[in-house]
Design a protein around this ligand. Structure first.
Ligand SMILES: Cc1cc2nc3c(=O)[nH]c(=O)nc-3n(C[C@H](O)[C@H](O)[C@H](O)COP(=O)(O)OP(=O)(O)OC[C@H]3O[C@@H](n4cnc5c(N)ncnc54)[C@H](O)[C@@H]3O)c2cc1C
Ligand code: SF4
Length: 444
């Protein structure tokens, strides 16, 4: 980040102890007796709506019953058989929009069964024992290349390996995990959980991870389809949309994902510079994460500026409330028009917006907010040039991730359709793996 000499942006706004406390686990794990009480609230519904609401179709009543009968390891196996990254998903899933929103106790009483926390209780219990619960099927002799070691790639690789195939994952980063390692808010994935989960997952065997390798400069799809029986593309969305307003080149205007990446990899949080007045442009999880973490680093005033109204924000109401509870100000119906300052940002000019005939326009009325750091969190784009057919700005797919090219599948954020969520990426990786395996070997 080129902000070391930008006035208003400074490191060590808080001391190490305060920072450690601020970035502690967002939700403390449940103790066994708390898990028993939480599990007891489940009605074990017959046509459980929570299962339908889970993108990975976890048998939620079954795993909750297994917790209540004192067999958390069996519960973990129920979860992991559908979602091998069930540990991370228990930490990052917007359960308030998924399983817990559909829970009958949410509908009846406004208080759902705590499915996410129970899932974490079960998966942590198994992973702490360093046990890998699955074994591999007989070798098929088939070899698959997976591009990208994020949730989609890891999930696909694990399922392929479990079915007896050999997998090589290529990723340009130095660590595997994708956004689990470099993007998810630090307080959602504490104690190096992302790295520990990758290590645990690859214990199945049959998976080789080669870091520092990128599709494009280091290898082509032609070469990969020649050397491997199939290729799964799970390259995510690496590019960040530009702000495209006057003054957006000023020092202090940055991409929120890079800021979060730096934060996630920092050994010493006191070394991370943050503005006194921070403005985040955007309305998704990235915007919320950049804003909350700026506040936790010691920024005095943090504002999220979003161009539409609250209901249109892709960050859930829970995430919005989380930001507000940390003192982040949420501004709706405003869009940036200019960044002011002499070389470095000092203010951002925002214009009020309105929607006319379904089209968002500026009203002409503007206002200024003090901002020595401005984060862009206005969506990400596909960077890998695959030569495949696109649907909008993502790779076009049909069925379980089939692309326009034979032998090549795609899933996760880089593929069209589906929400840009960790759990969706896991589901798509798993389903593509089954389709690849069936295509290559005839049956599962
Ligand atoms: C800041 C932030 C916070 C988020 N918070 C949440 C959250 O709390 N909950 C939630 O559910 N979702 C969250 N998301 C969304 C979630 O992280 C993604 O939907 C998910 O990681 C997508 O998984 P993926 O495997 O498709 O892609 P990624 O996780 O992006 O992984 C893609 C991998 O591909 C690699 N790659 C890129 N280009 C190439 C190439 N050319 N060749 C080979 N490899 C390549 C990358 O290095 C990366 O490791 C967040 C996203 C962001 C940006
Ligand atoms: S909907 Fe709620 S109460 Fe019913 S099975 Fe799912 S978690 Fe249990």
């Amino acid at each position: 980040m080129n902000t070391q000499h930008t006035p208003g942006i400074a490191a060590a706004r808080l001391d190490a102890d305060e920072l450690a406390q601020n970035f502690d686990d967002l939700h403390a794990p449940l103790a066994p007796h708390e898990a028993a009480v939480a599990a007891d609230r489940c009605y074990f519904c017959h046509d459980a709506p929570c299962i339908t609401a889970c993108p990975t179709d976890i048998d939620i009543p079954l795993f909750i019953r297994q917790i209540s009968t004192g067999t958390p390891d069996a519960a973990a196996k129920t979860i992991l058989s559908q979602n091998i990254l069930g540990g991370m998903c228990a930490r990052v899933c917007p359960t308030e929009d998924l399983c817990e929103q559909a829970c009958v106790r949410e509908l009846a009483e406004g208080k759902p069964v705590e499915i996410g926390r129970l899932q974490r209780f079960a998966t942590d219990s198994l992973m702490e024992k360093n046990v890998h619960p699955f074994t591999r099927a007989d070798a098929t002799g088939k070899k698959i290349a997976v591009l990208g070691a994020g949730p989609a790639g890891l999930s696909c690789a694990h399922r392929l390996a479990m079915l007896g195939n050999e997998v090589v994952i290529y990723d340009p980063n130095t660590k595997a995990g994708g956004l689990n390692e470099y993007g998810i808010a630090a307080y959602k994935s504490t104690d190096d959980f992302a790295a520990r989960e990758v290590e645990w997952l690859t214990d199945i065997g049959g998976i080789t991870i080669e870091t520092g390798k990128r599709l494009g400069p280091d290898m082509t799809l032609d070469a990969l389809t020649h050397c491997f029986d199939a290729v799964f593309l799970a390259v995510g969305l690496g590019g960040v949309n530009a702000l495209s307003v006057t003054g957006d080149e000023k020092s202090g205007v940055e991409d929120a994902v890079s800021f979060i990446k730096e934060l996630r990899q920092a050994d010493d949080l006191t070394s991370l510079p943050v503005g006194r007045n921070v403005v985040v442009i955007g309305g998704g999880m990235t915007a919320v994460d950049a804003a909350v973490q700026s506040k936790l680093l010691g920024a005095e005033a943090v504002t999220i500026a979003y161009r539409r109204d609250r209901d249109a924000m892709s960050a859930s109401r829970y995430e919005q409330d989380l930001a507000a509870s940390h003192g982040v100000k949420l501004m709706f119906n405003v869009m940036p028009v200019a960044v002011h300052g002499n070389g470095s940002a000092t203010q951002i000019e925002l214009e009020y917006t309105q929607t006319k005939d379904g089209k968002l326009t500026g009203t002409g009325e503007t206002m200024r907010v003090a901002a020595d750091q401005v984060f862009r969190a206005i969506g990400q784009t596909l960077t890998a040039d695959t030569g495949l057919d696109l649907d909008g700005r993502k790779i076009a797919i049909t069925g379980a991730g089939r692309t326009s090219r034979a032998q090549v599948w795609a899933g996760g954020d880089c593929a069209a359709g589906g929400d840009d969520l960790t759990v969706t990426a896991v589901a798509e990786g798993r389903d593509a793996a089954i389709d690849i395996h069936t295509t290559l070997n005839g049956s599962v």
